[in-house]
Design a protein around this ligand. Structure first.
Ligand code: SAM
Length: 210
């Protein structure tokens, strides 16, 4: 498990990542603005499942499929779902790097939080390729986390965070929005919006190129 993701205990298989409690309400509010009223959403790299269990019940018209590469996280997501009655679909074991993903297309939205900076650069490209394979024509990929803009960090704290990430693992690092747009375009998608979030984070929206 990544250094920057520190579950602090369990209850019936539920893992706890305290950061989710700090950012989940802002993410929920943003998703309500960015998503249409109904659809199917695939969450990638769901982690403990706390985001899914908290946010999905607030998106009435949405079917939410959480997923992760880690079997312990799948168990945690399902445990959070049982504990909260959030109405999630059974969580899917999904490695972004293994295309095609084990999800029946099309999905109307894909959401992922805090993945790209704790994964090798090729995962960013594979996220775009996988999304392009399963998104509905009018679908949207929403990517939450810290990002550079125009090759520059948006705050000193993000620069420090990036340096710590790269010291921990040279393959990790805060990604640049323009670089991600290039990867998206290679896959037939494009960056369509950048929504500022608390604590120097963003939600990046990607849609199909016209
Ligand atoms: C920093 S945690 C973020 C979890 C959650 N989205 C959040 O914001 O709290 C990163 C997550 O990415 C998952 N992950 C790492 N590499 C992955 C991959 N190749 N495919 C899918 N999930 C991956 C990890 O298992 C972990 O749950």
């Amino acid at each position: 498990m990544a250094t920057f993701f520190n579950p602090q205990g369990e209850g019936g298989g539920r893992l706890f990542a305290p950061a989710t409690q700090r950012n989940r309400d802002a993410i929920a509010a943003a998703l309500k603005d960015l998503l249409p009223p109904t659809g199917t959403l695939l969450e990638i790299a769901s982690g403990t499942g706390e985001h899914a269990a908290h946010i999905a019940p607030q998106l009435d018209g949405w079917r939410w499929i959480a997923s992760d590469i880690d079997a312990a996280h799948i168990a945690s997501i399902d445990a959070w779902n049982a504990h909260t009655g959030a109405g999630l679909e059974p969580a899917a074991l999904l490695d972004v790097g293994q295309l095609p993903w084990p999800v029946t297309p099309p999905v109307d939205a894909i959401f992922t939080a805090n993945l790209l900076h704790i994964a090798p650069a090729e995962i960013s490209a594979q996220l775009m390729q996988g999304a392009a394979q399963i998104l509905a024509q009018a679908g949207v990929l929403l990517v939450y986390g810290p990002f550079m803009v125009g090759g520059a960090h948006v705050s000193p704290s993000n620069a420090d965070f990036d340096a710590k990430l790269r010291a921990n693992n040279p393959a990790w690092g805060v990604r640049d929005t323009l670089w991600l747009d290039g990867l998206a375009r290679d896959a037939g998608l494009m960056l369509s919006a950048r929504t500022a979030m608390p604590a120097n984070n963003f939600i990046l929206s990607f849609v199909r190129e016209p």
